[in-house]
Design a binder for this molecule. Structure first.
Ligand code: 7RM
Length: 635
């Protein structure tokens, strides 16, 4: 990757220009950094109208080989993964590339032994322990498609995801540690599997040693399976366009979308962006605090770093355990050079005493990163001054599950940073802003809907099993353009600031939540007729959820009301997960609706925000009188 490193501002400008003038040559040169068992016939063949994307078509490779085997000769003993356990008194593990190779080969053999073949879907439902990264790489090694489900999701959410892509096996653990809590993962899997016919086996990692129920002819202990296999497993020779993984993301309506990513383009793009956005140098230690259950963990804990032969930290815990100094203790302990986290974590830690920060030596830090939602200026400044000591550039990286890798970000010590701005597109990325008439806005000092007008190597190829939905969601609002769902502005310097979602996705503590599945969960309650969820600004979480709920029989007193609120949140926890619980619940007798029956969320949003000065025209509503009632109602 060294030859793909952007070295200065003028180098950035030149490379950006080359990438638009001759994308084929630009990407071919970057792709030359990898091991290909056979070279490509075409660098790319893409159609933004039919959403048909092919990168490095005809080429043969294996991303697991590129993450591990390729480094064995020169840095076999270098640490690939530092595992930092939830409990600070448990020893951290340093896994070298050689050891990782050994573990991944064995895990791949366990999968093969249990009938997993190329193209089969493997669900991974694990806490942040080494086996998670190892299983991901083992799937990639044999061409099985991994579908990692965040271990905070409920059994119903897990079941939906297993069913949607008919996974053949689930890899899970007896339990998991997260702060002071333990998660009963195996129990959640057992509940999910009552309704998943495609599952043939469950492979269980021992982590917490608690008693679990092992079902005959289905459940297997990983440590027993590992005893049966050898540690040699050749990497499968795969096509560049063979599927690598499916990762689910919330949609504004209906069930989650299984974004499918493929091998070659994802490999080239995740590695290229990791190297440049973090300016990773050979002996650096890099730490991204995300969970591998999200795209940030896929691209920037596992694939991007390992493709670059980097040392990547995997942290099992949470920022508040055992105290609010944990992040900084880990930075000091492992001498972290690049630190990548989410605004919600920054805001939460900024609320606590600065002593938690000052107690630790953070002088190893060179680059700070932010991802997942807009970072407000206040949080940016706190991060810059107190964590970066005003010496570490902050890379505010904008991207999505769908984009596979970072598209808009400053390059540290190369391009300028500006609080709350993701700034400039990376080479190869062509963003644009569209107005209400679906025309591209030219020039600076404009704002509109953020689109991308040229393909890049790691764009998702489809929604698993539903290409039509993929087309409709991303390629039909602005024909010929990829529509991100985000609003943005471009300032006088051409810098982008992402202003937030334009659809019914609400980002709460960095988790994207579609309103529809939450509403569906609430509506299951026998005393609830209908509901509408909106977001409102929250100091720490960015957004919190506000639910307007139509009850059939009004609660008679405070106690009954409290009971009903608890019922509602219990239903949400069960169906979607605890992250989607409502902060505020207002019982109403109706919801403002248009004549076509659509809920006017704009009005509900304003009321939730406490900004009722300008509700706009409500006269076209079917039931304008309800607006007053809701405004004057209490929660
Ligand atoms: C990487 C990730 C995607 C959505 C995206 C935005 C929001 C992400 C930023 C951001 C402002 C950022 N993938 N988002 N990064 N908004 N500034 N730097 O988060 O699929 O889970 O979410 O997240 O709305 O569309 S994701």
């Amino acid at each position: 990757m060294e030859n793909a490193l952007i070295k200065s501002e003028s180098d950035y400008t030149n490379k950006y220009k080359q990438s638009t003038e001759n994308p084929e040559r630009f990407w071919a040169e970057i792709a030359d950094n990898f091991t290909w068992f056979k070279k490509w016939d075409n660098v790319y063949k893409c159609n933004m109208k039919s959403a048909d994307f092919k990168w490095f078509e005809g080429a043969k490779t294996n991303i697991s080989f590129n993450c591990i085997d390729r480094h064995l000769e020169n840095k076999g003993d270098k640490t690939a993964i530092i595992f930092e356990p939830n409990n600070p008194n448990e020893e951290a593990k340093h896994i070298s590339f050689k050891e990782l190779h050994h573990e991944v080969c064995k895990m791949a053999n366990v999968l093969l032994n249990n009938g997993i073949k190329k193209g089969d879907r493997v669900c991974i439902y694990l806490p942040m322990i080494p086996e998670l990264a190892i299983t991901v790489l083992a799937c990639a090694r044999i061409g099985a498609i991994h579908s990692v489900v965040f271990a905070g999701f409920s059994s119903l959410a897990l079941a939906t995801r297993i069913q949607d892509c008919s996974c053949k096996t689930v890899i899970t653990s007896d339990g998991g540690y997260r702060g002071a809590k333990t998660l009963n993962l195996k129990k959640i899997v057992d509940n999910a599997l009552t309704d998943c016919k495609s599952i043939e086996s469950v492979i269980v990692v021992k982590r917490t040693n608690e008693d679990v129920n092992m079902q005959n002819n289905r459940d297997l202990w990983l440590h027993e399976e590992l005893e049966k296999v050898s540690s040699t497993c050749e990497a499968a020779i795969l096509d560049s366009e063979d599927p690598l993984f499916i990762l689910y993301t919330s949609g504004s309506t209906g069930k989650p979308k299984g974004m499918m990513h493929t091998t070659g383009g994802y490999m080239v793009y995740s590695a290229y962006t990791f190297k440049n956005v973090f300016q990773y140098q050979e002996n650096d230690v890099y730490w991204c605090t995300a969970d591998i259950g999200w795209i940030t963990g896929h691209s920037y804990i596992v694939y991007g770093p390992l493709l670059n032969g980097a040392t990547t930290v995997m942290f099992e815990g949470v920022p508040s355990y055992p105290d609010f100094g944990r992040f900084w203790e880990v930075v000091q302990k492992h001498k972290v050079n690049q630190f990548y986290t989410a605004p919600t974590a920054i805001r939460a830690l900024a609320k606590e005493s600065l002593d938690w920060v000052k107690k630790h030596n953070l002088s190893s830090l060179k680059v700070l990163g932010s991802v997942g939602e807009p970072i407000n200026e206040e949080a940016w400044n706190w991060y810059n001054e107190n964590i970066g000591n005003s010496k570490c550039p902050i890379v505010d990286t904008w991207w999505q599950t769908e984009t596979g890798g970072i598209l808009i970000s400053p390059l540290p010590n190369i391009t300028k940073t500006k609080p709350a701005f993701a700034t400039l597109p990376l080479p190869g990325v062509q963003p644009c802003l569209m107005d209400e008439n679906k025309k591209e806005l030219h020039g600076n000092n404009v704002s509109g809907s953020l689109c991308i007008k040229f393909p890049w190597p790691s764009v998702a190829r489809t929604i698993w099993g539903n290409h039509q939905r993929y087309l409709e969601t991303y390629f039909s609002a602005y024909p010929g353009y990829y529509f991100t769902g985000d609003g943005a502005l471009r300032d006088e310097d051409g810098f982008y600031r992402i202003t937030g979602r334009m659809d019914d996705v609400i980002i709460v503590s960095g988790h994207n939540l579609g309103t529809a599945p939450i509403e569906e969960a609430i509506n299951e309650h026998e005393n609830i007729a209908e509901s509408a969820i909106v977001g409102y600004p929250h100091d720490i979480k960015g957004n919190a959820l506000y639910g307007y709920v139509i009850v059939k029989n009004n609660p008679n007193n405070e106690e009954e009301a409290l009971h009903l609120r608890n019922d509602i949140n219990a239903l949400i926890t069960k169906q979607v997960g605890a992250i989607a619980k409502l902060d505020k619940i207002q019982f109403v007798s109706g919801l403002p609706k248009t004549r076509s029956g659509k809920i006017m969320r704009r009005i509900l949003r304003k009321i939730a925000e406490g900004d009722v000065s300008n509700l706009g025209d409500t006269s076209t509503l079917l039931n304008p009188e309800i607006v007053d009632e809701i405004q004057n109602g209490k929660i």
